[in-house]
Unconditional design. Structure first.
Lengths: 145, 118
């Protein structure tokens, strides 16, 4: 038995629930938490007040007379602004499952929650020695099914 | 890798975060919890409070950094080290350390090898 602790984006919670249900994971504990990663809660967003920056390579193209005018807005990209927000709201899922079910659950969590942007979250897997179903007193894997 | 869960006084949270940042640990999850220790809460006059608000910090660190992380939390969360109270009071909290079998970054789907900071 292992305990999976996944910290995910709050807006991905419903999709994650549906995906886990479809692979037969029924018992999940959700908690609302706040957290940050290595970026310390930094997000990148287009800066509406920032001036447009020339795209990389435009000056080289100008030098070689490939394009006549570097002020042409078609060759500009918006300025990205980095905002440090600190701790951001996240959802934490706790799932206890048998060892053979772990790879499938991890694969599902990654598939549903992966956007490729910082802040997608982490999955932690800890060894677990015992589970007890309080209603019946069943132990171990029988307490999970 | 180790998963460290520290249950601390809410008012010492910022001190603990600052201390962890000095040790190069930025990534963590925070949650509000309630709990009690072996003192069974606190009694004020005739009223007993058996659930006391606490803050839980959760972080995954490489095995080599576990020692300094625990030491930093311990020093920052213990009362009396910054104020005039007696050092170390009931209710300062607990630190729990568990083994972390595997850890994944969802953005890349990659499994962490435990070498860098998680």
């Amino acid at each position: 038995m292992r305990e999976i602790i996944a910290v995910i984006r709050t807006d991905a919670t419903e999709a994650t629930k549906d995906a886990l249900e479809s692979i037969g994971v029924k018992g999940i504990t959700f908690s609302s938490v706040i957290g940050r990663g290595r970026q310390r809660g930094t997000i990148r967003t287009p800066d509406p007040e920032g001036t447009l920056r020339r795209d990389i390579g435009v000056s080289i193209m100008k030098q070689r007379n490939i394009i006549p005018d570097t002020d042409d807005p078609r060759y500009h990209v918006p300025v990205q602004k980095e905002i440090e927000l600190g701790f951001l709201p996240k959802k934490m899922l706790t799932i206890v499952a048998d060892d053979q079910d772990i790879p499938g659950i991890v694969e599902t969590l990654i598939r549903v929650n992966r956007s490729g942007q910082h802040g997608d979250g982490k999955i932690f897997i800890c060894p677990l020695t015992e589970t007890v179903r309080i209603r019946t007193g069943e132990r171990g894997s029988r307490a999970l099914s | 890798m180790k998963l460290i869960r520290a249950i601390i006084r809410p008012e010492s949270t910022q001190h603990v975060i600052d201390a962890l940042e000095k040790n190069g640990i930025y990534a963590m999850t925070r949650m509000n919890v309630t709990g009690r220790g072996k003192e069974m809460g606190i009694t004020r006059g005739t009223v007993r409070y058996n659930e006391i608000p606490k803050e839980m910090l959760m972080m995954a660190v490489p095995e080599a950094d576990a020692g300094k992380t625990i030491a930093a939390i311990e020093k920052a969360a213990r009362t009396g080290t910054r104020d005039t109270r007696n050092e170390g009071n009931a209710g300062d909290g607990k630190i729990f350390v568990t083994d972390l079998a595997e850890s994944y970054t969802i953005r890349t789907g990659a499994r962490e090898n435990g070498a860098g900071q998680v």
